[in-house]
Each structure stands twice: as structure tokens, then as C-alpha cells.
Unconditional design. Structure first.
Ligand SMILES: Nc1ncnc2c1ncn2[C@@H]1O[C@H](COP(=O)(O)OP(=O)(O)OP(=O)(O)O)[C@@H](O)[C@H]1O
Ligand SMILES: O=C(O)c1ccc[n+]([C@@H]2O[C@H](COP(=O)([O-])O)[C@@H](O)[C@H]2O)c1
Length: 198
């Protein structure tokens, strides 16, 4: 079921999903979002602000606060910042993706993430189901590039790598790795520097 405030998109359009804690959102998120629109030829990017990463021990700041801050940081006519995952009561990305595909059968979804998440993607709940449902668009992140490209997921999906311009139309499993200029920003660093307090 689609919520009344969920984004609208036209039949056949492609939507990148950037899931994250966004605790807080920063310029690195903005950079990969803009790059996703350009390099993967996406029509939209939806930020899926997560109620909480199932692999992280510490709870993030309150969802409303993270949503409001993300909306300040990410201003672009083709980007929506959403609380879809909280509305779905979904903790796992596999459930989020399945629910979105059911709610929007006329759209093509692409799952976006930084290379740190590709490196541990095999630890996600039903990761192979996610890879079987949607193409994966990956962005290099400082320190994680080589480890990610040698990760269990990258090795398992080695023959499914496609050029970025083909990703949105590719039948899953499919993935692209994009080397944009590396962005050093991280939420952990911002919290450590006292720029975002819980
Ligand atoms: N600087 C960056 N370069 C590339 N990808 C990034 C960058 N920052 C975040 N991402 C990606 O954006 C998504 C959401 O990131 P998230 O909200 O976890 O931010 P984060 O900075 O990684 O936070 P934390 O430090 O708390 O783990 C993830 O897929 C992450 O890999
Ligand atoms: O579904 C899982 O098992 C899973 C495990 C780890 C992370 N994720 C998702 O990955 C996205 C990035 O998480 P984070 O906390 O690094 O921003 C966010 O949407 C999480 O819900 C999902």
C-alpha cells in the first residue's frame, strides 16, 4: 500500500533509492545523489531515511530531526527525502524494496550505496534477494574502494557488472561501480566533531 504523502513518478521512470541513517545528512550524500542522477540517468532519487540500521548498535537521532535536517541539506527538484521505511515499519532493506515494488509496479528502482556498504552487503538480511530485485549503483568512498571491489558480493556478482549508463535499464542482478571524486564527509565524523548531537 502506498502512503498518501509518498512521491509520485511517471510510468516507466527510474528511481534511485538512497537508504541511510542520515545521522546527519552531509555533502557526501548530496554528491552521490547528484552523481546518481547524472551517471545512471535516473529520473528521481528518493532518500529512504531509515528508522535504524539493523547492523548498527547505537540508535540514531530522532527520525523527525534527521528528516528535517536532510531536507535542509538536499534541495533538488528531482530528489525526495522520505520516511517511507518508518511508515512501512520495515527494518530490512529487502522488505523495503519488495514493498516499494509492490506499491509502484510501473517504476524501475535502483538501490544506491557507498562502497563501504558494498563491502558488507553480504551481511544484510536476504542480500541476494535484494540483488535479484533491483540493480545496485555503487559509489567509491575513501578507504573502501579496493575492499569493496574484492568483497564477497562483488565477487559473486562479477559477471553482472554493467556500464553506469545501462544500469537503470539492466535486468537484475546488475551493478555498476562509479568513481566520482572521493568525498571525505561522514556522519560519524560530524558526530565526533560535535556538529550533530543526539
Ligand atoms: N562520503 C561519501 N561518499 C560515498 N558514499 C557515501 C558517503 N557518505 C555516505 N555515503 C553512502 O550514503 C549512504 C547513507 O550513508 P549514511 O547515512 O550511513 O552516512 P554515513 O556518513 O556513512 O554515516 P555513518 O558514519 O554514521 O555510518 C550509504 O550507502 C553510504 O555508503
Ligand atoms: O537490511 C539489512 O539487513 C541492512 C543492513 C545494513 C544496512 N541496511 C541499510 O543500508 C542503508 C545504509 O545504512 P547506514 O546506516 O549505513 O546509513 C540503510 O538504508 C540501512 O537500512 C540494511
Amino acid at each position: 500500500m502506498r502512503g498518501p504523502d509518498w512521491p509520485v513518478a511517471g510510468r516507466g521512470q527510474s528511481v534511485g533509492l538512497l537508504g541511510g541513517s542520515f545521522d546527519p545528512a552531509h555533502a557526501g550524500h548530496v554528491a552521490i545523489t547528484r552523481a546518481a542522477l547524472a551517471r545512471f540517468g535516473l529520473d528521481w532519487v528518493w532518500w529512504v531515511v531509515s528508522p535504524g540500521n539493523p547492523l548498527k548498535r547505537d540508535a540514531p537521532a530522532a527520525l523527525d530531526r534527521r528528516l528535517a535536517q536532510a531536507r535542509q541539506v538536499m534541495r533538488h527538484p528531482r530528489v525526495h527525502v522520505t520516511d517511507i521505511e518508518a511508515q512501512l515499519s520495515s527494518r530490512f532493506s529487502a522488505d523495503t524494496v519488495a514493498s516499494l515494488q509492490e506499491a509502484y509496479p510501473h517504476l524501475r528502482f535502483v538501490w544506491l550505496m557507498g562502497s563501504d556498504n558494498l563491502g558488507q552487503f553480504h551481511l544484510w538480511d536476504r542480500w541476494d534477494e535484494i540483488a535479484g530485485r533491483v540493480p545496485l549503483g555503487i559509489f567509491a568512498r575513501p578507504g573502501d574502494r579496493l575492499r569493496a571491489l574484492n568483497s564477497p558480493t562483488a565477487r559473486r556478482l562479477a559477471s553482472d557488472r554493467v556500464p553506469p549508463a545501462m544500469l537503470a535499464q539492466a535486468a537484475p542482478p546488475a551493478w555498476s561501480f562509479v568513481n566520482i571524486p572521493l568525498r571525505p564527509e561522514s556522519s560519524t565524523e560530524l558526530r565526533r566533531a560535535g556538529q550533530w548531537k543526539h
